[in-house]
Ligand binder design. Sequence first.
Ligand code: ADP
Length: 256
Amino acid sequence: MSPTDRRGETPLLSVSGLNKSFGANEVLRSIDLRVEPGQVLALIGPSGSGKTTVLRCLNGLEQPDAGTVAFSGGPEVTFGPKTTRREKESLRSRSAMVFQGYNLFPHKTVLQNVTEGPIQVQKRPRAEAVADAERLLMRVGLAEKRDDYPHQLSGGQQQRVGIVRALAQQPSLLLFDEPTSALDPELVGDVLTVIKELAEEGWTMVLVTHELAFAREVADTVVFMDGGVVVEQGRAEDVLRAPREDRTQQFVHRLL
Ligand code: ADP
């Protein structure tokens, strides 16, 4: 189904009027986003434009100053001084993040890294969490690495563990923050293949990436940010092949 066909559906995620400042630095200004179920949204833009901060706000790692965030089937959370802890937590469990630098616990094994969230935070039975982790590790070709420590793995393997850790949390939405930018070029392909397979399986994702060719391949929607605002958004092929705004044109033509 193309994104246009999905317009009538309830979005899996809607974000409206999101603002965030760090001191006097207004990093996000009135960000609106909508992600339909099963859709991949690629967030592109120059360094410092606020892309990572958007993901961190969605995942509860930063608190927006204002704006609303709602996942389908959950409450609409309005951010401001009165936002309750409970409201923030209701959002946190809906998404899981794959970080640029993998962010694995160095002193835990692969299996412990993957099962930590399900067991400690979600309070799922250990046996069930371990069985799930083993199944997911097998699927990314890392079943034999379950008892290794992160430093024994290549960057590409560590990032595949990062992806498995996110999947093990059973989120509605996967957030990827430049998942391949710390990798040696020869290791990028394996990680992109896993992300592409997840997209084809119907996972809903927001992906921050500089790999525009990859964005064109997997994304339904592309959002171009610059200076903390959304400059342009639309169908991936339109924004990447025929951007309307000058700033988008300059950025896309430099990278594609
Ligand atoms: P991008 O992902 O597009 O490179 P970021 O969201 O990382 O952009 O950063 C946007 C702006 O917010 C930058 O000016 C950055 O310096 C600032 N910023 C991000 N995180 C923090 C923080 N924790 N404290 C202060 N400033 C921050």
